[in-house]
Ligand binder design. Structure first.
Ligand SMILES: [Zn+2]
Length: 317
């Protein structure tokens, strides 16, 4: 029941709470090339990464339910090869929502791959969302194929959930990050799916130092970043947790920790008061930073952390 509540919150309450219905979500936009054989489809939930191999197509994440036809229509713009594999970055319904529909449309010829923790969550029905079967899983690292078709899957620990995968396409020097890195701001943390703000900096840092040869980072939602931008994002989240701990030790509040972070000009982009284009249903980077400072305080105190989708930003513009 707990998972049901979290999924409901993410897909329903989180959106309706800010006055936007499902129709208010940005729709699917035209497929765009990221690098080499790697493409991205924005909208209707998380980004879908498209990787064209010698004989078929691999999809990373499948958006909200009933997006299968639209995804296949975008894939058809660049290739007539069939979809042979789906890799899911984590278990949220805006990333796995059309797995089942795509499998049906493709005659069940698709292999589904996910991290073991994500597999466990996907194979448990949650509220209005049915079970999504996983065919193959991994715990820390797995390589699929070789040469131009090679895909490397990595896992370094919890963050957004406890199953956040980093999917790397070495030939294209591209990586799909999932929601541990979305909108180039501190991520939504879902404690009900094993997410942890305290774990996040360690996970991101391990990814930054362990994964070689990436120039393009496809965010879970939003745009494509450089590896240098992924590093500054990692540094910001390290600083957020460190500042929260220092401020708590001094008897301060999350709001005071936020003020301390605002004094560092290099963090300005992560504390911005503008809604990101395409995130009209959500909040500002500043609001997310404050939510995550409060969450860090909760975790440091040993309290049960709570999922908070959005809070008002008094300086929003
Ligand atoms: Zn997510």
């Amino acid at each position: 029941m707990k998972r049901l509540a979290v999924l409901g919150a993410i897909v329903t309450c989180g959106l309706t709470a800010v006055g936007v219905t499902a129709q208010g979500l940005p729709g699917i936009t035209e497929i765009e090339q990221v690098s080499g054989n790697v493409y991205k489809i924005f909208g209707a939930g998380g980004n879908t990464t498209v990787f064209v191999r010698a004989n078929d197509v691999v999809l990373v994440d499948t958006k909200l339910p009933n997006s299968g036809d639209a995804i296949l229509a975008e894939v058809a713009r660049i290739t007539d090869k069939p979809v042979g594999m789906i890799i899911n970055t984590h278990s949220h319904p805006d990333h796995i929502g059309s797995n089942n529909q795509l499998e049906t449309l493709s005659g069940d010829g698709i292999e589904v791959i996910a991290h073991v923790n994500t597999e466990r969550r996907m194979e448990t029905a949650g509220g209005p969302f049915g079970v999504a079967e996983v065919d193959r899983s991994y715990s820390t690292q797995m390589t699929i194929g070789d040469g131009a078709d090679q895909i490397d899957l990595y896992y370094f620990g919890a963050g957004h959930t406890d199953g956040d995968a980093f999917i790397v396409f070495p030939a294209a020097r591209a990586m799909a990050a999932g929601d541990i890195y979305a909108w180039h701001m501190s991520p939504l943390i879902d404690p009900g799916s094993g997410g942890s703000m305290l774990a996040l900096p360690t996970t991101l840092t391990a990814a930054y130092y362990s994964i070689p040869g990436v120039d393009y980072v496809i965010q879970g939602h939003g745009n494509v970043s450089t590896w240098a931008e992924f590093r500054s994002f990692t540094q910001f989240n390290r600083a957020l947790v460190a500042t929260a701990e220092q401020t708590l030790q001094n008897g301060g509040t999350p709001e005071q920790a936020l003020e301390a972070m605002e004094r560092n000009p290099s963090f300005a982009i992560f504390l911005d008061h503008a809604i990101k284009p395409g995130l009209q249903y959500g909040g500002t980077p500043w609001a997310r930073a404050l939510i995550n400072l409060r969450l860090t305080f909760q975790e440091l105190r040993g309290e049960t952390p709570t999922l908070v989708m959005n809070i008002p930003d008094p300086h929003q513009h």
